[in-house]
Design a protein around this ligand. Structure first.
Ligand code: PMP
Length: 354
């Protein structure tokens, strides 16, 4: 820290992203990326657009929003495109939280939420998940604030049925309820279907997971025109050209042939089922994950031990140094071949222990 760093951020603990190693080739199961490359038409669209890079991008992402709106059965006015869904989340913390409307979210969820709250200097309150790590909508009933729910949740992978989301929306007509659907394509029910009924609902999604574009940084929020206008105010107050030309072109090309992404999602779900039963057979406890990762625990490898041993063997997974989940690990779903290597490696580690 320099001596010039503002006092207001002296104690800020920033988010720690999963490692992106360079020194060695690992099987990367630590950041929930897709194991499948985007279709070649995406790179072709990027190459075509590269000729226009002299010019600023469209701050409205109009062409891309038109295509996306059509896919979702919404109007373009119901959408804002962002630089990854992290930016949409940050805009929501900026726009909808303050001293009278603290951010409310579960104790175990996406680790960026408390960071967004702190950097925007808004209070937050954590509402513990049940013992089985499900969200109890009744636990939110008497709390007042802007609610952030990842659904499916991370890192548990568990999904809250839409009836639960509806109850929370109904219980909080005076506040925005943000549903972060980063993983919804892998098996959750999308709250987009509720947008017509609830003006306090904001759904946030990403192109990083099911659409294989984590490196492009493209996400979006869907909500009433008024909510979207509020987020646009945040966009135009921080970075009007938040989505660059290459991302807009690539996003549009990716959506034009979305069947390709749907097929990849199908394969990932199949591999998730296979991996879950293979790990269960090895003595792992697992959750019923609806996401592109598994959340697992083995009695022989508590704490960070599994992560460390797998790392030595060339496989990266994610471990969180946090109460209640310290014995657990999150493992992204890779290709079937990568997951077979994972299972065989774990089998070897367990035999070594005996
Ligand atoms: N929400 C959740 C629950 C996530 O796990 C992630 C990925 N780390 C994000 C949002 C942000 O993803 P991106 O910024 O790549 O869209």
């Amino acid at each position: 820290m320099s001596r010039f760093f503002s006092d207001k951020y002296r104690d800020l603990e920033a988010y720690t992203p999963g490692e992106q190693p360079r020194e060695r080739k690992y099987i990367k199961l630590n950041t929930n990326e897709s194991p499948y490359a985007p279709g070649p038409w995406v790179a072709e669209a990027v190459a075509r657009e590269a000729g226009q890079l002299r010019l600023y991008s469209d701050p409205e992402s109009a062409a891309l929003r038109r295509i996306l709106a059509e896919r979702l059965g919404l109007k373009p006015e119901n959408l804002i495109m962002t630089n990854g869904s992290d930016e949409a989340l940050n805009f929501a913390f900026m726009a909808f939280c303050d001293a009278a409307n603290p951010a409310l979210f579960p104790d175990i969820t996406y680790g960026f939420y408390p960071v967004f709250a702190r950097v925007n200097r808004v209070p937050f309150q954590v509402i513990p998940l049940r013992a089985d790590w499900t969200v109890n909508p009744a636990d939110y009933q008497w709390a007042r604030g802007t609610i952030f729910l990842a659904n499916p949740n991370a890192p548990t992978g568990l999904s809250l049925p839409l009836a639960g989301i509806e109850r929370i929306l109904r219980d909080h007509p005076g506040n925005v309820v943000v549903v972060d659907e980063a993983y919804v394509d892998f098996g959750g029910d999308s709250a987009v279907s509720l947008l017509g009924q609830f003006e306090n609902l904001l759904v946030i999604r990403t192109f990083s997971k099911s659409r294989s574009l984590a490196g492009l940084r493209l996400g979006f929020a869907a909500g009433s025109e008024a909510l979207i206008q509020d987020l646009k105010t945040m966009q135009y107050a921080t970075n009007p050209y938040n989505v660059d030309r290459l991302a807009q072109a690539a996003g549009a090309a990716c959506l034009e042939r979305d069947e390709y992404n749907q097929e990849n999602v199908r394969r990932i779900r199949e591999t998730r089922t296979w991996t879950r039963s293979a790990l269960t057979a090895l003595g792992f406890e697992t959750t019923d994950s609806r996401a592109n990762f598994l959340f697992v625990k083995h009695p022989a490898f508590p704490g960070s031990a599994l992560r460390d041993r797998l790392r030595e063997a060339g496989i990266l997974i994610r471990w969180f140094d946090q109460d209640r989940i310290r014995d657990w690990s999150r493992i992204s779903i890779g290709t079937r071949e990568q997951m077979e290597t994972l299972v065989e490696t774990v089998r070897g580690l367990l035999e070594e222990k005996k």
